[in-house]
Design a protein around this ligand. Structure first.
Ligand code: PMP
Length: 448
């Protein structure tokens, strides 16, 4: 029989190899064998989740976890209104956007009503990657330029085109030769008090990148931006912080793609969309993850004149994008966000969460910064508060500590030193003490 180590290293696995292995080791080995090794699992001791409700989930052994990570089941795991809407529509009809369907039109109107008037058309796809792929193509067609600007750890998706505009993937993936990469406005290191300094600094970075493109043979297409700077380390900053920079893109004839896959659908509490927090109207808005509470649906909304340049030349069809079942899920999500006032709740619960974390920081010097807006919080783990040196070793160890205390979360930022607290919006103030206790225990165990 092959050794457990060789099986887990990805050597060829045969059913007979499983004899004598404990079920977890066998499941890990089988997973590697049938899914290949590109997939990554969270945690040294992976979690097998079998059930969820609200902001809580249960593993195969019946242990309950507090979910601080998953923004896809945005209105809560297994929300009954999504379950009912999907069940009803699936029991009735599921086709695609080549037939007329009232649900699609009603939802399109409803979704667009949450956006500025200038954004008045929307197309449906299945994933954030597809939405951004389409957005990049639409933006290039409209401007006639090819060169985009993106932030240094940005992730916008997994198609060939989008990967080439996702600097977090550089190394294994080739970046588009015309892409210009700029650092995010690091509100912690540039200026933590008012964040005005970070905004002004970022304006300078963006201006320099635009100037570089204009001095080259590449035409300027624009900026693709997650305004919450999620994978860059979560820098929501003060509302309005990046407005001047976004206006600069327009002044130079570029389009702004607001990638709302992370901050959208009320998460930041202060606005329904991340770009709205900065009081700015983008040209293209892409949405995804939380849109269908787990049913694959995403969208690309745009100003009519921007989309026209692309649409006039070519048809677009996406077999599953915007099908009636996915639309039913998305409609239920929008309805629940309004009916349960989840945006307002995100604002108050998120503020209370950060307040509790600040009390914890008073006794744990390993916490360097606590930042965020609504239900999107970054906790930066540092080796030294004076130098603000990031400590990814402790941050990664803390993830495991939290997992063992049954709290699910992850890390982000260039050094993996920022704890990413992004729970379903169903997370309530009653869940805060449990998180604080787990963090306190984990940080104490790590001696920081
Ligand atoms: N944009 C952002 C900001 C994202 O975080 C992600 C997914 N993590 C995507 C786009 C891609 O979305 P999907 O995985 O649905 O293709």
């Amino acid at each position: 029989m092959a050794s457990t180590a060789s099986i887990l290293d990805g050597n060829s696995f045969k059913a007979s190899d499983a004899d004598g292995l404990d079920p977890r080791t066998r499941a890990l080995a089988e997973r590697r064998e049938v899914l290949g090794s590109a997939y990554r699992l969270f945690y040294k001791h992976p979690v097998e989740l079998v059930r969820g409700l609200g902001a809580h989930a249960w593993d195969a052994e019946g242990n309950e976890y507090l979910d601080l990570y998953n923004n896809v089941p945005s209105i809560g795991h297994a929300h009954p209104r999504v379950v009912e809407a999907v069940h009803r529509q699936m029991s009735t009809l599921n086709t695609h956007t080549r037939y007329l369907h009232e649900g699609v039109l009603n939802y399109a109107d409803d979704l667009l009503s949450t956006m500025p008037d200038a954004i008045d058309q929307v197309m449906f796809v299945c994933t954030g990657s597809e939405a951004n792929d389409l957005a990049l193509r639409v933006g290039r067609e409209y401007t006639g330029g090819t060169a985009w600007i993106a932030t240094s750890e940005a992730y916008h998706g997994n198609t060939a085109l989008v990967s080439a505009h996702s600097p977090s993937l550089r190394g294994p993936e080739q970046m588009d030769p015309t892409l210009r990469i700029i650092d995010p406005p690091d509100t912690y290191r540039l200026q933590s008090e008012t964040a005005e300094g970070a905004g002004a600094w970022w304006l300078g970075q963006l201006g320099a990148a635009i100037a570089e493109i204009e001095a080259s043979a590449d035409g300027f297409a624009g900026l693709i931006l997650d305004s919450s700077f999620s994978s860059d380390g979560i820098f929501l900053g003060q509302p309005g912080m990046i407005r001047a920079a976004l206006e600069l893109v327009h002044a130079h004839g570029g389009v702004v793609i607001a990638d709302e896959v992370q901050p959208g659908f009320g998460r930041t509490g202060e606005a329904f969309w991340g770009f709205d927090r900065h009081d700015f109207v983008p040209d293209i808005v892409t949405t995804g993850k939380p849109m269908g509470n787990g049913i694959p649906i995403a969208s690309m909304a745009a100003k009519r004149e921007v989309l026209d340049a692309f649409a006039a030349k070519r048809p677009y069809f996406n077999t599953f994008g915007g099908n009636p079942v996915a639309i039913a899920a998305a409609q239920a999500v929008l309805d629940v966000i309004r009916d349960e006032e989840l945006q307002a709740r995100a604002l108050t619960v998120g503020a209370a969460l950060r307040e509790s974390l600040r009390e914890l920081a008073a006794v744990h010097p390993g916490i360097g910064d606590i930042r965020g807006s609504g239900q999107y919080t970054g906790v930066e783990i540092v080796a030294d508060r004076a130098t603000r040196a990031p400590d990814s070793g402790v941050a990664l160890a803390l993830l495991e500590q939290l997992r063992d205390r049954r709290v699910l979360t992850s890390v982000c930022g260039p050094n993996n030193s920022v704890l990413k607290l992004r729970p379903p919006l169903a997370f309530t103030a009653a869940d805060i003490p449990r998180l604080v206790e787990a963090l306190d225990g984990g940080l104490t165990a790590l001696g920081v």
